[in-house]
Design a protein around this ligand. Structure first.
Ligand code: ZN
Length: 457
């Protein structure tokens, strides 16, 4: 019988530490919170009898067994800020109605502690292992995965197989490639109508819900009516917004927000706005830029305008989220976040996008890139993990390909496996995050079995 009290007490030691990324301090690259959580996890691992290593407070690990090869469980101890709306204190580890509440209980301190208890059980059972088992504690998953970049750069051993219990079951065998790019151009404006300021969106990975442009328009300009577009004249404004010098009209688009991996579920306000503006009598480079954005992106979500609407059967379409639009009288810029299907590569799409922009006088730079991750469903590794999950749960759900990136992308040979179950309510990053204690037990069993299967496969 597993002792749930001991598990609750142990997890609570980590929940009590507010391990949100902070300003770097000497020897603490992600601030004091993440370093304190790492120290506590390593202490717990030592108490359990494992060998531990702290890699300069970027990450650390506990290890058990011997052998030339190693298999890995990768989890993280950093958390996102608690935010508003909690009905239960976020850093106390309160247990109520069979659930433990607190920031990090589900994402991802709970799974880390489950893995440690599973490994302790393996050690105590004396089961023979062909490979070493390493539990890695990252502390920068939520804000950039620099922890695992440091691990790789500083000689951290690469596992022959690894899992990260930081997503959902049954497992994720494909993650789309991700590119974030900025393109901009200068505007030399001519004619009677001028674009003075344009803004929409603040994050590359969110579909903007509103966007707005301030323009100066000649007296008597007619603004056609359009769905989700409002036109206000500065002379009529009762409130006192910050009006750019010379502006006479504000045009605002109301869209609907969505996550950048599923922009088609939203209504992109940037697209609504430029489609409207492109029909107005701008001239010269403002006309060129607005027409270009309207024709090449507008309300499309699959890169059609750039000829990169790639598709595969396992992960679907390339999706493009136009996250940010920004400009003033002299320049305009956009930030695109596109995610290509798992069987394609950057070279299949990025050069085309860049060429289309450059031909129209824009200059770009890549801000972020993650290659796609894909392990076919019939591969031995995927089948090994699936069979562990199916034996323990009886759930025959198929593995998934997703548009987001998980922690698995930060270490080679790694797949996201658990810890949320199909149909579980979303709790990560939300107020009143919790871990059901019966899930703790089940996850621990699954992790134990998966570790043994990987170590002895
Ligand atoms: Zn996480």
């Amino acid at each position: 019988m597993t002792d749930m009290n001991e598990r609750v007490e142990t997890l609570r030691r980590l929940i009590r530490i507010r391990s949100v990324q902070g300003a770097a301090e000497p020897g603490k690259p992600y601030g004091p919170g993440p370093a304190a959580a790492l120290a506590e996890a390593l202490k717990i691992a030592v108490e359990m009898g494992f060998k531990t290593v702290n890699m300069d407070n970027h990450c650390g690990y506990a290890e058990y067994g011997s052998g030339d090869e190693m298999v890995m469980v990768l989890g993280h101890l950093d958390v996102v800020p608690e935010g508003e709306g909690w009905s239960i204190p976020p850093y106390e580890g309160v247990v109520k109605d069979g659930k433990m509440y607190g920031r990090g209980t589900a994402d991802d301190k709970g799974p880390v502690i489950e893995a440690l208890f599973a490994l302790r059980d393996i050690k105590e059972s004396g089961t023979a292992l062909r490979r070493r088992i390493r539990i890695v504690f990252g502390v920068n998953e939520e804000t950039g995965c620099e922890d695992m970049a440091y691990y790789k750069k500083n000689g951290g051993e690469i596992p022959v197989m690894g899992i990260t219990p930081d997503a959902c079951y049954p497992l994720i065998n494909g993650e789309k490639g991700i590119l974030v790019e900025d393109y901009s151009r200068s505007l030399r404006q001519s004619g009677g109508m001028k674009l003075l300021s344009i803004h929409g969106g603040t994050a590359f990975n969110v579909t903007p819900s509103s966007a707005e442009a301030w323009i100066s328009a000649p007296e008597g300009t007619v603004f056609p009516e359009a769905l989700r577009i409002s036109v206000r004249y500065v002379k009529d404004m009762k409130d006192s917004p910050e009006v750019p010098a010379g502006a006479t009209v504000c045009i605002r688009a109301e869209g609907r927000s969505a996550h950048g991996s599923t922009p088609e579920k939203g209504i992109n306000a940037n697209g609504l706005l430029v489609n409207y503006l492109a029909k107005l009598p701008f001239e010269g480079e403002a006309k060129d830029a607005l027409t270009f954005l309207s024709e090449k992106i507008g309300m499309t979500y699959h890169g059609e305008g750039f000829g990169v609407d790639l598709h595969d059967d396992v992960s679907g379409w390339l999706v493009n989220n136009w996250g940010v639009l920004d400009g003033d009288a002299g320049h305009i810029s956009v930030t695109l976040n596109y995610r290509y299907p798992v069987t394609f590569h950057k070279k299949d799409c990025q050069p085309k996008v860049q060429t289309v922009f450059e031909k129209a006088g824009w200059r770009g730079k890549t801000l972020m890139e993650e290659p796609a991750l894909y392990v076919p469903e019939d591969s031995p590794f995927v089948q090994l993990l699936l069979s562990v999950y199916r034996e323990e749960t009886g759930d025959m759900s198929a593995p998934m390909c997703i548009g987001g990136g998980t922690y698995a992308k930060s270490i080679p040979n790694c797949l996201a496996f658990g810890s949320m179950f199909p149909g579980d309510p979303e709790v990560e990053h939300l107020p009143d995050e919790y871990l059901p204690l019966d899930r703790f037990g089940l996850n621990e069993k699954i992790l134990r079995k998966a570790m043994l299967a990987m170590a002895n496969a």
